[in-house]
Design a protein around this ligand. Structure first.
Ligand code: SAH
Ligand code: SF4
Ligand code: F3S
Length: 449
């Protein structure tokens, strides 16, 4: 039943997979007659889509739930839902602990929102954390058929989930427990969705999975899928996140290099620069194996941008081992880098077996050294762009400055373009003539007539 004029407040923590899930939930809620609001005090429904990958984002959720208790006190009719990875991890405990919460549901249950809301309206408290069914080949169409043409194009960009969950069980990581087993979607559903978002003006797609390159369904692997999606007419740019180094190979590097629509960028997390630490983390590769894959890609494609994730202060990591992490940074010179202090997570092997023995101040100091080195490298990289021409996909108008449009390079670097005639979705070559703090600035190249 459509309930007109209801308002929903939807807050998202965590990764792109969660952002995508929130867009899906938004679409479901809009069809139920809810309009999204930024004003929580006027909301009839509040959904927190949560993340538990590190302690910090999980804490943020609990402190926000404090605010919500107050909200529920003032308006007992407001429906409060907790979704995502903390919901999956805590399940019933969350319902017991937070009396203001009406529904707790994991990522596999988000399409049941209309039913869950109705149950709450009938006076129930709802818990939905069961995993979706799948077949023995680890294949499952977890985006239902009726939702395939309801994905959201945001500006000119869209996410398309190709797989979910993870079987790697890296010892530090909670994701296999919050997102379940590694399951791929059938190619037909993915391709239908890709064509649909491109038809709706999507010019850039990011394929999503916890481990995208372990994709396997109906004789297709990640190579087959990347090849097929990158050929879809009207799609300018294809990205994917996250690939795992173990499932990356030179053939994929060849495809990334040869195919113009696949962004000339690779996000390949390496976490630590010591073979012993990598073994403890259960990453199943050595530093040299990682670097050999990067070096091959660079050898055929010198302009490729590489980005990564790093953990500082994994239990038992010594100062000398940490130096290896910096060494890899100097060698690869990452374009983007996401670094985190190790944070013990419930259920993980590291939490059960290894003492979190690196002092907090040592973790902080290591993180600072990573960030400082990255800043130096980044500054040099940004400066080197001035005077160059870069390809930019225009994705928005500048929020404050009139006549300025914003976009991104293939390497996902922000660019401001001084040309008011440009439109969202335009792909232009921009002559970079200045830099701002983290972004480039320029004008479109004049095409020869
Ligand atoms: N599937 C991706 C990573 C997903 S989690 C991959 O394997 O590369 C995103 C990042 O969070 C990880 O790459 C890691 O750097 C970081 N991370 C995960 N668990 C963490 C923990 N317990 N402490 C600190 N950082 C962590
Ligand atoms: Fe976590 Fe490792 Fe899986 Fe990435 S590959 S999601 S770090 S278990
Ligand atoms: Fe966080 Fe879950 Fe993503 S733990 S990083 S929201 S998969």
């Amino acid at each position: 039943m459509i309930q007109a004029h209801k308002k929903a407040y939807l807050k998202t923590y965590g990764c792109q997979m969660n952002e995508h899930d929130s867009l899906r939930m938004r679409s479901v809620l809009e069809r139920q007659g809810y309009a999204l609001t930024d004003d929580i005090s006027s909301a009839d429904l509040v959904v927190l889509n949560t993340c538990s990958v590190r302690e910090k984002p999980e804490h943020k959720v609990y402190s926000f739930l404090g605010t919500i208790r107050e909200l529920k006190h003032q308006n007992p009719d407001v429906i409060i839902g907790v979704a995502g990875c903390v919901a999956q991890q805590e399940g019933r405990n969350l319902l017991k602990r937070e009396k203001s919460v009406d529904m707790v549901f994991g990522p596999d249950n988000m399409f049941k929102l209309p039913d869950m809301i109705e149950r709450v309206q009938r006076g129930q408290r709802v818990l939905e954390t069961k995993w979706a069914e799948r077949d023995e080949r680890r294949v499952h169409d977890f985006i239902p058929e009726e939702e395939l043409e309801r994905n959201t194009v945001d500006g000119c960009k869209a996410y398309v989930a190709i797989s979910k969950g993870c079987d790697n069980f890296c010892t530090f990581c909670v994701v296999p427990y919050t997102r379940g087993r590694d399951i791929s979607r059938r190619p037909e559903g993915i391709m239908t969705e890709v064509r649909d978002v491109v038809g709706k003006g999507g010019r850039e797609i990011m394929l999503l999975g916890q481990n995208v390159n372990s994709y396997r369904a109906d004789e297709w692997d990640f190579y087959t899928l990347l090849d097929a999606v990158s050929r879809v007419e009207g799609l300018y740019r294809l990205r994917f996140k996250s690939p795992h180094p173990n499932d990356w190979n030179d053939k994929l590097s060849d495809l990334l290099t040869a195919r113009a629509s696949i962004c000339n960028q690779l996000h390949l997390p390496y976490q630590a620069g010591s073979d012993r630490v990598l073994l403890e983390m259960r990453r199943n590769h050595t530093v040299d194996e990682y670097l050999a894959k990067i070096d091959y890609l660079r050898s055929i494609n010198p302009g490729v941008g590489i980005s990564t994730d790093i953990i500082c202060g994994f239990p038992s990591e010594t100062d000398a081992e940490f130096e290896g992490t910096l060494e890899v940074m100097r060698h690869v010179r990452f374009e983007h880098l996401y670094a985190f202090k190790y944070s013990e997570r419930p259920n993980t092997l590291a939490a059960r077996k290894i003492e979190d023995d690196v002092p907090e101040e040592v973790k902080s100091e290591r993180l600072q050294r990573v960030l400082d080195l990255h800043r130096t490298i980044s500054e040099e990289q940004i400066d080197a762009f001035v005077g160059q021409t870069v390809e930019v996909l225009i994705d928005s108008a500048h929020p404050q400055e009139r006549g300025i449009m914003c976009g991104r390079t293939q390497g996902d670097r922000p660019v401001v373009v001084r040309d008011a005639s440009l439109e969202i979705g335009d792909l232009v070559n921009v002559q970079v003539d200045a830099r701002r703090k983290f972004s480039l600035e320029g004008v479109p190249e004049i095409e020869p007539s």
